[in-house]
Ligand binder design. Structure first.
Ligand code: GRF
Length: 189
């Protein structure tokens, strides 16, 4: 049966786009039922609009607390009835209460080979450490940041002369392959 997928974004939305493009294929066993941004100006929303995909904005600046924002997020998701929620560059920490409500359904993509480099500035940290490879990870979301069970990883080389920008671009290309593949794996499991 076709699974229902919600995608949460905050910005560019290139992973959201990769997921939606994969789901547009008739043999993909999932479909997007909601694109949700916490920022009204997220560039990714342009794609949702252009493609006629269902989207909504819940602007976190309009809420007094993280818990109040998460409650609104929860309501919007309950209405959309997703089987899986993909965080795709969603730059908000979620409260443990929210994460527990959607446990097992909530997944994220992170631009490092976890457990290496949870958090921000992953490419800078990999370059500073002199690493010879980098990559990305799709994982289940648990209350602790970037710590849930790993669904899949993709590796890329770090090349001589790489900058944060060149490495980020290489990792992002890998993300666009990995995220749809992991979504499929999860949906078919
Ligand atoms: C990606 O690098 C992802 O791994 C991280 O945030 C970035 C989002 O990029 N969580 P985009 O908005 O999908 O283009």
């Amino acid at each position: 049966m076709t699974k229902r997928v919600a995608i949460l974004i905050s910005g560019r939305g290139s992973n959201m786009r990769a997921l939606c493009q994969a789901m547009a294929s008739p043999d993909f066993p999932a479909k997007p039922v909601l694109i949700l941004s916490n920022r009204p100006d997220a560039a990714g929303l342009d794609y949702a609009r252009a493609e006629g995909l269902p989207y909504t904005v819940i602007d976190h600046t309009q809420f007094e607390s993280r818990a109040a924002f998460d409650a609104a997020l929860h309501d919007a998701l309950q209405k959309a009835r997703p089987d899986i929620i993909c965080l795709a560059g969603f730059m908000r920490l979620l409260t443990p209460g929210f994460v527990e409500k959607w446990a097992g359904s909530l997944i994220n993509i992170h631009p490092s080979l976890l457990p290496k480099y949870p958090g921000l500035k992953t490419h800078q940290r990999a370059l500073n450490a002199g690493d010879t490879e980098a990559g990305c990870t799709v994982h289940h979301v648990v209350p602790e940041m970037d710590a849930g069970e790993i669904i899949g990883q993709s590796r890329v080389p770090i090349l001589p002369g790489d900058t944060v920008e060149t490495l980020e671009a290489r990792v992002r290309e890998a993300e666009h392959q990995l995220y749809p593949a992991c979504l499929r794996k999860l949906v078919e499991s």
